[in-house]
Design a protein around this ligand. Structure first.
Ligand code: GDP
Ligand code: IMO
Ligand code: MG
Length: 431
């Protein structure tokens, strides 16, 4: 039995969904532990594409249990949409397949309204470029102890009381501070009664479910969302999301102890992307950036925005290895690098004559860093059908080895295309 955490090592969209789907064949439970429907996790199975925002990426295996932990923020409308969408594709999800923690906080309509209005009110340069899904305002209420949890949906009196206090406060902010229309409390109340009925069969004690599974010797896979540099504590603050995206977040966000984790796997795209605002030291605004964006199909899976692209950033990777305690590395989208020569890896930053081996804490310094690069040879060949490491061109092997050496973490999986089968499994974290 083993418990394995999958996290993103960069600014999200590293290919976590694909890898979680792949590893689910060895797992019994798949658990989301933070974030919400700001995430967009893409799976391509037998040529069919699925994008999951809230439902764990293990849901295509009907005999596995998918869990949404307390650390997630949940928009009931989105969850219901995802369930209906899956059903319309012949993949009806029964409540035996999916459980949501009673302690999961709900994204309310006023969270989305606040997210939109506060982004709109920010001046250029201060906008975070959020996904507009209400993530920040919902976590703010949770930490401020005003949040509404899944459990509250099933106590009408408690729900009404909390809703009423919140709508009063939020309408004040929306109208007086942000200059937008107020929301209607009765409408929200009625809508959430419908959601309560739809969600009740799925609600449960997720912490207990994981504990029982671990005691029964089952394998548990934790699915991170976003990436290390978007972590609220460890990322490029304030251009981050509002949760702990790093491996430590899995324990708090699912309700298990750190001694119950066996292996942490970090997903690293073979280059770097970022969607939304904020500093990006290795960003390329040239033909190479265009190559990565176009060949990599780099459009946000949630918002459809063009992703910014650049060379692999070793400073970011080094931070991710340390902060997440990585045991194994997954390199994705190596196929996208075919046709680039030479290939660069950023190994450190220079700011005002000082060398940085880790991300500076001061955002002004992050904005000012100059990446220092190491060059390696590129390759021309299409590698998307390679099924072993040895089949890769020598230069591609060397690039992977350079990343592995740099990270000082062994390579576990290599991904050479979006399909489940376009994967080279070198080390199974469950074995
Ligand atoms: P996530 O948020 O980390 O799950 O990643 P996204 O799904 O947002 O973005 C990753 C994109 O790359 C998706 O469109 C995947 O289908 C695709 N993808 C994943 N791995 C590979 C790969 O090795 N090669 C290529 N070409 N595409 C990949
Ligand atoms: P997955 O799980 C990439 C980014 C947004 C924005 C910042 C804050 O698919 O990798 P938020 O709506 O969370 O308050 O936005 O974080 N962001 C992501 N970028 N992948 C994601 O998720 C992201 N989730 C949030 O673009 O810059
Ligand atoms: Mg994504």
């Amino acid at each position: 039995m083993a418990s394995v955490i999958v996290v993103g090592t960069q600014w999200g969209d590293e290919g976590k969904g694909k890898i979680v789907d792949l590893l689910t064949q060895y797992a019994d439970l798949v658990v989301r532990f933070q974030g919400g429907n700001n995430a967009g996790h893409t799976l391509v199975v037998d040529g069919e594409k699925f994008v999951f925002h809230l439902i764990p990426s293990g849901i295509l295996y009907e005999d596995k249990l998918c869990l949404i932990g307390n650390g997630v923020v949940l928009d009931p409308a989105i969850l219901i949409d995802e369930l209906e969408h899956l059903a319309s594709r012949g993949r009806k999800v029964s409540p035996n397949q999916l459980k949501i923690s009673f302690n999961t906080h709900l994204i309310m309509p006023y969270h989305k309204a606040l997210d939109h209005a506060s982004e709109a009110a920010k001046s250029e340069g201060k906008k975070i470029g959020t996904t507009g899904r209400g993530i920040g305002p919902c976590y703010r209420d949770k930490v401020g102890r005003n949040g509404i949890k899944v459990a509250d949906l099933f106590d009408q009196e408690l729900f009404k009381e909390k809703l009423s206090e919140n709508v009063k406060e939020k309408n004040f902010l929306l109208t007086n501070l942000l200059g937008v229309e107020p929301l209607d409390e009765a409408e929200i109340y009625d809508q959430f009664q419908v959601y309560a009925e739809a969600l009740e069969p799925y609600a449960g004690n997720v912490s207990v479910m994981i504990d029982e599974a671990q005691k029964a010797g089952k394998n548990v896979l934790f699915e991170g969302a976003q990436g290390t540099q978007l972590d609220i504590d460890h990322g490029t603050y304030p251009f981050v999301t509002s949760s702990n995206t790093v491996a430590g977040g899995a324990c708090c966000g699912a309700g298990i102890g750190p001694s119950k984790i066996d292996y942490v796997i970090g997903i690293c795209k073979a280059y770097t992307t970022r969607v939304g605002a904020g500093p990006f030291p290795t960003e390329l605004s040239d033909a190479t950036g265009d190559h990565l964006q176009q060949k990599g199909g780099e459009f946000g899976a949630t918002t459809g925005r063009k992703r910014r692209c650049g060379w692999l950033d070793g400073v970011v990777l080094r931070d991710a290895v340390r902060i997440n305690g990585l045991d194994g590395l997954v390199i994705t989208k190596l196929d996208v690098m075919s046709g680039l020569d030479p290939v660069k890896i950023c190994t450190s930053y220079e700011v005002d004559g000082s060398i940085f081996e880790t991300m500076p804490a001061n955002i002004r310094q992050v904005e000012a860093v100059k990446p220092i690069y190491e060059e390696v040879s590129g390759w021309e060949e299409d590698i998307s059908t390679c099924s072993s490491f040895e089949e890769l061109p020598k230069a591609a092997q060397d690039y992977v080895k350079a990343i592995e050496d740099f990270a000082q973490v062994p390579l576990a999986i290599l991904s050479v295309g979006p399909g489940r089968e376009q994967t080279i499994l070198l080390k199974n974290p469950f074995k």
